[in-house]
Write a protein that binds this ligand. Structure first.
Ligand SMILES: NC(=O)c1ccc[n+]([C@@H]2O[C@H](COP(=O)([O-])OP(=O)(O)OC[C@H]3O[C@@H](n4cnc5c(N)ncnc54)[C@H](O)[C@@H]3O)[C@@H](O)[C@H]2O)c1
Ligand SMILES: N[C@@H](CCSC[C@H]1O[C@@H](n2cnc3c(=O)[nH]cnc32)[C@H](O)[C@@H]1O)C(=O)O
Length: 416
């Protein structure tokens, strides 16, 4: 069963899915293995992930493993209507369309839950929240869940600390082969891809402010500098601020940074990073984008409060005219720009290859192990397996320790 916008888009969707399959060799390897071993026979998996071709390929991998798969999106703006039509054509149960309102967003989450999943794959924990708050009758059926992103992991850890979480969760985000590549290089590249595609503007010579120097922020700053920008970082963590400075960026408070910015990108996972009077100090023409979770990093209401007019001046660009006559531009409604902008394509397929390989292997790990209730990192074996397969696909060989080296490393007696 499926509910999508337009099934006539299916052929184009299938073409896009076939394209990413050519660039997801690790997931394809796992798919082959699952076709033989069928680890998910008799199991239903429900996902709440950005609905686009790479995610559909994860769905197809789980289906190859014998699962009944039901999928919906984790953001009202990130669904690709052609890809979901293609997914429905290929036998997945898929519920979603681009530009859902809040009611539709939660309706489609519930449609997935109506399949009574054994395993959940979530991105941001919205599906897990609905399960715990509204669909409690399904809780005893759930064997476990996998969580894709930093903010989702934080939400679930907070939930567990409150004693509210009712099943085991694997923090897929916390796998090395996820955050070191997806959060850093994926967000760095795909955010600029979306910002440049949306605005058709140059980055070289601009002052770009990156708010938050976590894994995503490091990637964004690196790409901004590579594109020729003068990069400013804002942080609240003194160690990360120091790291940013030694990585070569200017570091200052947000209040100072907004005065100099041509483009500000928030990526903290926190709320109100740009709010209140910050907007009053911005230069005419300043552009604002968010790459972090949800649309709360840039306080839209505060910007509206100092504006006389708001209009869409180009697809995914809103122009706010302030009472003192400046123009400030907000991209993709302040939702993560790399996925929510009309031109946002999400991370490259080669990157999601690793994140979704960790997902596919973690789902199997949940089935095969009696995990405790709580949030645990994906096991190291999964990380090393994914990294080795990726290197193999990239035709890169590395050395291994000799017996003598192993003995040396294990020896505490040998000194100078
Ligand atoms: N756009 C994407 O595709 C994508 C990809 C991965 C993660 N994410 C999301 O991006 C966000 C960041 O993820 P991450 O893995 O980099 O997290 P992280 O925890 O590694 O980094 C977040 C950083 O923000 C800083 N921060 C918090 N409040 C701040 C404030 N008021 N001002 C300045 N800095 C502040 C923290 O100190 C931290 O260093 C999360 O919401 C995550 O879910 C988005
Ligand atoms: N519900 C949240 C979701 C946060 S998305 C952040 C996650 O998106 C994931 N992501 C980035 N690009 C893609 C993609 O192209 N396809 C699927 N997932 C992606 C990435 O792994 C990251 O952890 C919200 O709407 O704000």
């Amino acid at each position: 069963m499926s509910k999508v916008k337009d099934m006539s888009l299916a052929p184009e969707g299938v073409r896009k899915i076939e394209w990413v399959q050519k660039h997801m060799p690790v997931l394809e390897h796992i798919k082959e293995e699952y076709l033989e071993t069928r680890p998910f026979k008799g199991i239903t998996i429900g996902s709440c992930l950005h609905l686009e071709p790479k995610t559909i390929n994860l769905g197809l991998t789980l289906m190859a493993g014998g699962a009944e798969v039901a999928m919906t999106g984790c953001n009202p703006l990130s669904t690709h209507d052609d890809a979901v039509a293609g997914a429905a054509d290929l036998g997945l149960n898929v519920y979603g369309w681009r530009e859902q309102d809040d009611e539709e967003y939660y309706q489609t989450i519930n449609m997935v839950l109506d399949h009574k999943p054994d395993i959940i794959i979530d991105d941001g924990a919205d599906m897990i929240m609905v399960l715990h708050n509204e669909r409690t009758e399904l809780l005893s059926h759930i064997k476990g869940a996998c969580e894709e992103t930093t903010t989702g992991v934080h939400r679930l850890q907070a939930m567990h600390a409150d004693g509210a979480l009712k099943f085991p969760v694997i923090a897929v985000n916390d796998a090395y082969t996820k955050y070191l590549f997806d959060n850093r290089y994926g967000t760095g590249q795909s955010s600029f891809d979306a910002i440049m595609g949306t605005t058709n503007m140059v980055i070289a010579g601009k002052t770009v402010v990156v708010c938050g120097y976590g894994w995503c922020g490091r990637g964004l700053a690196l790409r901004a500098a590579g594109l020729g920008a003068d990069v400013i970082v804002t942080e609240v963590d003194p160690i990360r601020a120091l790291e940013a400075r030694m990585d070569g960026y200017r570091v200052m408070t947000i209040r100072e940074a907004v005065k100099q910015a041509d483009l500000i990108i928030t990526v903290t996972g926190n709320a109100d990073i740009i709010s209140g009077d910050d907007f009053k100090y911005m230069k005419n023409g300043c552009m604002l984008a968010n790459s972090g979770h949800f649309n709360v990093e840039i306080n839209r209401q505060d910007l509206e409060a100092i504006s006389t007019e708001v209009k869409e001046v180009r697809e995914s660009i809103e122009e706010f005219t302030t009472k003192d006559g400046r123009k400030i531009y907000l991209l993709a409604d302040g939702r993560l720009v790399n996925l929510s902008a009309a031109r946002g394509q999400g991370h490259p397929a080669e990157i999601m290859d690793m994140s979704f390989a960790v997902q596919a292997l973690s789902a199997k790990h949940i089935l095969e192990n009696d995990l405790p209730v709580g949030v645990t990192k994906a096991p190291d074996e999964i990380d090393y397996n994914v990294a080795s397969l990726k290197l193999q696909a990239m035709d890169i060989e590395i050395d291994s320790l000799t017996d003598k080296q192993k003995a040396y490393m294990a020896n505490w007696q040998e000194g100078t």
